[in-house]
Ligand binder design. Sequence first.
Ligand code: SAM
Ligand code: SF4
Length: 317
Amino acid sequence: MRDTIGREITYLRISLTDLCNLRCVYCMPPEGVRKQEHRAILSFEEIEEIARAAVSMGVRKIRLTGGEPLVRRGMLSLCRGLREIPGVEELTLTTNGLLLPEMAEPLKAAGVDRINVSLDTLDPDKYRKITRIGSLDQVLAGIRAARDAGLTPLKLNCVLIGGFNDDEIPALAALTRDEPVEVRFIELMPIGHAVPFGPEAYLPCETVLERLPRLERAGQDGGVAERYRLPGAAGTIGLIRPLSRCFCRQCNRIRLTADGCLKPCLHSREELPLRGLHGEQLRAQLERAILHKPEQHAELSARSRSQAARDMNQIGG
Ligand code: SAM
Ligand code: SF4
């Protein structure tokens, strides 16, 4: 289905939980978040019903996110259910990677096509600092497990944070030299726990182009990333610039929160509750959400915050 300015909505992001086994400083409070009552979050049956309705209206790609999607118990059975929906062309997920050593193969067997793993630094001390509790070795083992299980092409999400990881741009980009991975540099967005960060933290992706002058254009990725390549490299570099180059005109996504609200736009306050709706009523509410998708969100910058009413762990990126 198309929205009011002709964007075809083909991509549904589903947050499975607000909970996470990390506490990234830009995303979560140090103490984590309180576990919601089981009935406060959508059951797998409810998620599947909503996904089926969305697919019947033109969604072809589904991404599971969170919080950390791999910590939701039984999520493999949800993956199998989503995979069986006729019309789903791609089932993916975004994960911090910690649980991949044991879950990569089962995820592949459950029908997940490929995954994005978040990796902001290659330095074990800095990894601990940014995630507060994580171990870099564990993520690297998870990335290897994902590659071995065939959850490829792998994408590695790196949030650029001035003064924290800009010195690692060349080292992170070098991961693409021999392996067909995509390292995606993402501009830090002023949402939730990132809002109090100082202006120096909000680095534009232009910095990547300055630090890597030999990068060559490799086209768009069909989504929101601009794609580049180091000369002769097996993999690619993606730049995602929500602040410095607004991509609202290309936005083809809608988002489902773990408690059953549909967000037409990541950075808008607007949410439409879907819980309790079935059949035509559910489809009508989805249609309403798509038609309510704002043409563009308010400007984002180091000094103007997102208008989203939730933290990032409650939306899923
Ligand atoms: N737990 C999973 C993970 O970290 O990959 C999935 C959920 S996480 C909210 C999804 C993505 O959003 C991660 O790549 C994370 O780094 C990114 N993210 C979180 N807060 C952000 C912010 N303020 N600006 C830009 N990206 C952010
Ligand atoms: Fe957890 Fe992902 Fe948020 Fe980090 S970015 S705290 S891994 S949900």
